[in-house]
Design a protein around this ligand. Structure first.
Ligand code: GDP
Ligand code: MG
Length: 432
């Protein structure tokens, strides 16, 4: 349930550090506005400002505080949303002074997540994040809650409201964690079963709104909800590849990232984000038509690093090329290292993506001569039926020699079989 549903006339406040460049400030402001709007609130006033250091009581200085109050009065706002993280006491002081509810950035993002969570596990993760956020607020002194409460059966003798709240929240957090753990184990079992089937998992990551779900839908012929708003996808979904150019590949669509993702969210979304750590390859989807894409790429790279995923094989997919009218996408992809240029909307540029995914998962395509022992007729038949024999001849010693075209990784596996050896001197390794 979103707390913004009933509180929808807001003043938004965006306070920057002096150290930030002007471009970064504008980017952050635009993103903040999009976040507020996507939460369903109506923006009736907007305050910008800069500070060196937040003040302990109200975060902003007196002059700014009065300006916010004026705007709240003028717009009859009942909510003030800060694009900053506030301490519980700052939040409380602001609420008292402004006579309106105050929400900080973390609470706003949590609220949006709450309205978007669809699956059971997604809802549990959001609730856990919200309660964790709330519990830090309770611990740090909401003294107005420290009244005696007469609820019988809820509490022991002499227990204050604050203690009751803390205890109930603590119990709920525990039970949610248990449920998540169970879901997490189930996922690992599924993953194990998948591992035995030798299927590779390719996970889509990227900033929210980059086009991950649109790309995913095309690759897997699915129909997931893709929308022009932040966090349309919350639950990670894994589906089988439907394109004949790639074989045993599963694609995983995941929650989008955003700058300054609240740590509670990262913690709570571990079960979802786990799908990333078990993936064989990451596709970092970038909206290349977005003027802020450089900043967003850096943010995503930072989060991947925080999640310990920097070493995963990764292809950067520059999406929405149709919007910036880039000609000859395939040629551009061929000349860029680990980068593909395409449009998930017009479906141009995908050939290079398929090739690059195959290469990343299976190694480059190589051509090699191998020699088979006489009793290996069955393997010869198998190689012919899998369509990788280019040529055959008989060696000086009367053994069968085959010229094979295979993925590098498949060749390595093949050479583990008894009775087959690589012909080194005649070997011709060509990358395609
Ligand atoms: P996600 O948040 O990364 O999953 O992004 P979505 O797949 O939900 O897409 C966000 C918005 O971008 C939607 O309105 C899509 O229709 C649009 N979109 C996605 N890919 C493309 C593309 O290649 N070209 C254009 N013009 N729009 C796209
Ligand atoms: Mg999505």
């Amino acid at each position: 349930m979103s707390s913004l549903d009933t509180l929808n006339n807001s003043v938004i406040v965006h306070i920057d550090r002096f150290s930030l460049s002007r471009d970064l400030q504008l980017e952050a402001l635009e993103e903040f506005k999009a976040l507020c709007l996507s939460s369903g609130t109506n923006i009736c006033g907007e305050i910008n400002g800069k500070i060196d250091r937040p003040t302990p009581n109200f975060f902003v200085k007196k002059g700014k505080l009065d300006e916010i109050k004026e705007t709240v009065k003028f717009g009859k706002a009942n909510l003030v949303i800060f694009n900053n993280d506030l301490t519980p006491s700052q939040e409380r002081n602001l609420e008292k002074f402004l006579g309106a509810r105050v929400l900080d950035r973390t609470s706003l993002i949590l609220d949006i997540f709450a309205t978007r969570a669809r699956s059971h596990i997604g809802k549990v993760q959001v609730e856990l994040a919200q309660l964790t956020h709330l519990s830090t607020r309770l611990v740090r002194g909401w003294s107005h809650l420290e009244r005696q409460k007469g609820g019988i059966g809820l509490r022991g003798p002499g227990e204050t409201q604050l203690e009751t709240d803390r205890r109930l929240i603590g119990q709920r957090i525990k039970s949610l964690k248990k449920r998540l753990e169970k879901a997490h184990n189930q996922r690992q079992i599924n993953r194990y079963a998948r591992g035995k089937g030798k299927e590779k998992v390719v996970a889509l990551v990227g900033y929210t709104n980059a086009g991950k779900t649109t790309l995913f839908n095309y690759l897997t012929e699915n129909n997931l909800f893709a929308a022009d708003k932040p966090f349309a996808t919350l639950d990670s979904v894994t589906r089988r590849n439907k394109k004949p150019e790639m074989n045993n590949v599963l694609f995983s669509d995941t929650v989008g990232f955003i700058s300054n993702l609240p740590t509670q969210l990262i913690e709570s979304f571990k079960a979802t984000l786990d799908d990333l750590s078990s993936a064989d390859l990451l596709l970092h989807v970038v909206d290349i038509s977005d003027k802020d894409h450089r900043f967003k790429v850096k943010e995503v790279e930072k989060i991947l690093k925080d999640l310990g995923l920097s070493d995963k094989p990764l292809i950067r997919v520059n999406n929405k090329c149709d919007k910036v009218k880039i000609p000859d996408l395939e040629k551009l992809s061929k000349s860029s290292l680990d980068q593909i240029w395409l449009s998930s909307l017009t479906h141009e540029g995908f050939q290079s993506l398929f090739e690059e995914i195959n290469i990343k998962l299976n190694g480059k395509i190589t051509k090699n001569w191998v020699i088979l022992e006489p009793e290996m007729g069955w393997l010869r038949a198998e190689l012919y039926s899998s369509d990788c024999v280019l040529e055959e001849r008989i060696s000086d010693k009367g053994l069968i020699e085959l010229h094979l075209e295979t993925f590098h990784n498949d060749l390595i596996k093949l050479l583990e079989t008894q009775g087959i050896t690589l012909v080194k001197e005649k070997q011709t390794q060509e990358a395609i």
